[in-house]
Ligand binder design. Structure first.
Ligand SMILES: Cc1cc2nc3c(=O)[nH]c(=O)nc-3n(C[C@H](O)[C@H](O)[C@H](O)COP(=O)(O)OP(=O)(O)OC[C@H]3O[C@@H](n4cnc5c(N)ncnc54)[C@H](O)[C@@H]3O)c2cc1C
Length: 400
């Protein structure tokens, strides 16, 4: 068995394959030199300097002690028909079953000066950025999604002068809507983060002592450090030319098998951020969900699905309905999200509490709860998570 990608999804796939009874050889091929580690602290505790990098690697369980880890090894191409992978070091490896778990990489803007712009996806990215966040450093963050907002909060807490540039009207608008976005903005501004909203970056230039960020309205921002947090691109290239649909991730069926001409490739599964699959009960087109809890939920199903596929059968996927769950942390306040709030941005209601303090915010589509975002309210997490899960379960029941 070959696993491409040594991140959370690759690790969980190994564990679940063993738990599902696979005793054969498993080889994991990972581009990064590090064993699987936890990414969420990269933009939070690690950047803040409150967590040592030694705490990041995931614990290796006894069941996967015999898994072979080939780290620092990039897979350049996968041959589905020939059952091989070609590695960038010129070697190759045969497989009978394949787990594809390559995650995503940071999207880059088409601007000069890529070398001056930081991204934050990997441990190496974070280790490169952290030392530059000294008091008084002028930081421009491009993009006010979750990672941009977390970096802004962390940098300002470290004494930096932070400006966030974002094309939309509020931070986090696409994911949690303008109402919650405005409150997030207020909290950042309270900590002296500045925003250039409705603005894009036209150019970045080396001005000698500093970098000059030119906005689309001609305004300039002087920066010592620029962090680009403008989304992600799924790492699908090794699957090019195999007849799969690789637009925005590896399109899979609900058994997590990639689809070729509408038919599942039974000896392959995709797991984690890279997979685009139908998230049951949310009815829309298959999506990728870049949430930490997903690889674990997906790996359990993918392992049974792959082992069944290798035996020439398919598992029943009707019970596979992971609930998207996400958290973020800014200024010591935990923000949590259940379901898919972005599907209910037209009908946003404060369910409890006060947006300016702690609040539970509900997102509805056709009157039905499709997501909840909590600002604080940690003690009531289970209650609201259950509400979203129950609303979803109700929508899955066959119409009478
Ligand atoms: C800074 C940051 C903060 C985050 N914070 C949160 C949070 O607060 N809450 C939350 O829910 N989620 C958070 N996430 C998202 C969460 O970490 C991801 O959803 C999770 O890591 C996905 O795991 P994965 O294994 O699918 O992908 P990854 O963790 O990206 O692992 C994929 C691995 O595959 C490797 N790879 C890629 N291509 C190849 C190739 N061709 N050959 C070999 N190896 C390859 C990559 O190098 C990588 O090591 C955060 C992510 C980041 C980057």
């Amino acid at each position: 068995m070959a696993v491409v990608g040594a991140g959370l999804a690759g690790l969980r796939a190994c564990e679940r394959l063993r738990a599902a009874g696979h005793t054969g050889r498993i080889v994991v091929l990972g581009e990064e030199a590090h064993p699987p580690y936890n990414r969420p602290p990269l933009s939070k505790e690690l950047l803040r300097g409150t967590l040592d990098r030694d705490k990041l690697p995931f614990r290796q369980r006894a069941a996967t002690e015999d898994v072979e880890w080939r780290l620092g090894t990039r897979v350049g191409a996968v041959d589905l028909a020939g059952h091989t992978v070609a590695l960038d070091d010129g070697t190759g490896l045969g497989w009978d079953g394949l787990v594809y778990a390559t995650g995503v990489r940071a999207r880059r803007l088409e601007l000069d000066g890529a070398a001056w712009r930081h991204t934050i996806r990997t441990l190496d990215d974070a280790l490169r950025l952290a030392p530059s966040l000294a008091p008084g450093t002028r930081v421009v963050v491009i993009g006010a999604g979750f990672i941009g907002c977390e970096v802004a909060a962390t940098a300002v807490e470290r004494g930096c002068e932070v400006t966030v540039v974002e094309p939309l009207g509020t931070p986090l608008e696409r994911v949690v809507g303008a109402q919650v976005g405005r409150e997030v903005q207020r909290r950042h501004e309270q900590h002296n983060v500045r925003f250039a909203l409705g603005r894009t970056v036209r150019a970045v230039a080396d001005a000698g002592e500093h970098l000059e960020v030119e906005l689309d309205n001609g305004a300039g921002l002087a920066a010592d450090v620029i962090v680009e947090a403008v989304g992600s691109v799924a790492n699908t290239e090794p699957l090019d030319g195999q007849g799969l649909d690789l637009a925005h991730g590896v399109l899979c069926d609900d058994g997590l098998h990639p689809l070729r001409d509408g038919e599942p490739v039974l000896d392959v599964v995709a797991v984690g951020d890279v997979a685009r699959f139908p998230v049951r009960a949310y009815g829309d087109a298959p999506i990728r969900v870049e949430h930490w809890t997903m690889p674990t939920d997906m790996a359990t199903h993918a392992a049974s699905s792959l082992l069944a596929g290798l035996a020439g059968t398919q598992v029943d996927s009707t019970g596979f309905a992971p609930l998207p769950t996400f958290w973020s942390e800014q200024y010591g306040v935990r923000m949590q999200s259940f379901g898919l709030p972005h599907l209910g941005l037209e009908d946003v209601r404060v369910l409890d509490g006060d947006l300016a303090g702690e609040a539970a915010v509900g997102y509805h589509r056709d009157g039905r709860l499709v997501g909840v975002v909590l600002l604080g309210m940690g003690k009531r997490m289970l209650e609201f998570r259950t509400a979203v899960a129950e609303a979803r379960a109700a929508s899955l029941e066959p119409a009478r």
